[in-house]
Unconditional design. Structure first.
Length: 218
């Protein structure tokens, strides 16, 4: 099964993506994690995108499409994937359609996580992320067992620089302008699955499962 997961920053993509991937026995591909890995490695690509990510802007579409085209051809995603954070704009969605066509693949659904702006703000400002295994926590709604430590791998949790108040507002604006048009794009193609993402993690996970139930491969 091949799925796209989208929604505003803080809507729960990083939490729900791995849960769904585990359930469907497919891989989650997060373009944000891919980019942060490149930044951490200080690769030429990482150095190029570091500043863009830091100011909450979007990495150019052609670069992202090329990265995703490479990634979806790797053997570990041959059974399917959930894309978290891509596509993030209409040009990326169009580019991705071309990528899928060239690879002889098709998309089974585009899950949109729906949530109010005030809840998003609360989530992002309280979010703590593990730079080693990419797990996400929240200081109030989903705290780690030991403060500042990842439950899964023991890594030191961080408040992502782009989750701080100064950058969050910018990311919302970018999301509203560039990414919300994807709702109509996928609706017109009969692929849109709207899910209410306001609620406890397990409740939202259940709603996602119901939304994709009946789709081939679910
Ligand atoms: P995320 O972890 O998905 O919130 O992504 C963090 C940052 O990485 C974003 O604010 C963008 O700067 C960049 N990024 C991630 N995915 C994309 C994408 N599909 N297109 C452009 N920029 C992206």
């Amino acid at each position: 099964m091949r799925l796209v997961l989208f929604g505003a920053p803080g809507s729960g993509k990083g939490t729900q993506g791995p849960l769904l991937a585990q359930r469907l026995k497919i891989k989650k591909i997060s373009t944000g994690d891919m980019l942060r890995e490149e930044v951490a490695k200080e690769s030429p690509f990482g150095l190029k995108v570091k500043e863009i990510i830091g100011r909450g802007a979007l990495v150019p579409d052609d670069l992202m499409i090329a990265e995703v085209e490479k990634r979806i051809k790797e053997p570990d995603v041959a059974n399917g994937f959930i894309l978290d954070g891509f596509p993030r704009s209409i040009p990326q969605a169009e580019g991705f359609d071309g990528v899928l066509k060239r690879a002889g693949m098709k998309l089974d659904g585009a899950i949109k996580l729906e949530i109010t702006k005030s809840t998003l703000m609360e989530r992002l400002l309280g979010r703590r992320s593990c730079p080693d295994c990419y797990s996400v926590f929240n200081v109030t709604t989903n705290p780690p067992k030991v403060e500042g430590k990842c439950d899964k791998c023991g890594g030191e949790l961080v408040h992502r620089p782009d989750d701080k108040a100064e950058t969050v507002g910018k990311r919302f604006t970018v999301y509203e302008n560039a990414t919300t048009p994807l709702v109509d794009y996928y609706k017109q193609r009969g692929l849109l699955l709207m899910v209410n993402a306001d609620g406890p993690v397990d409740v939202v996970a259940g709603r996602i499962v119901s939304a994709i139930d009946g789709r081939p491969g679910a």
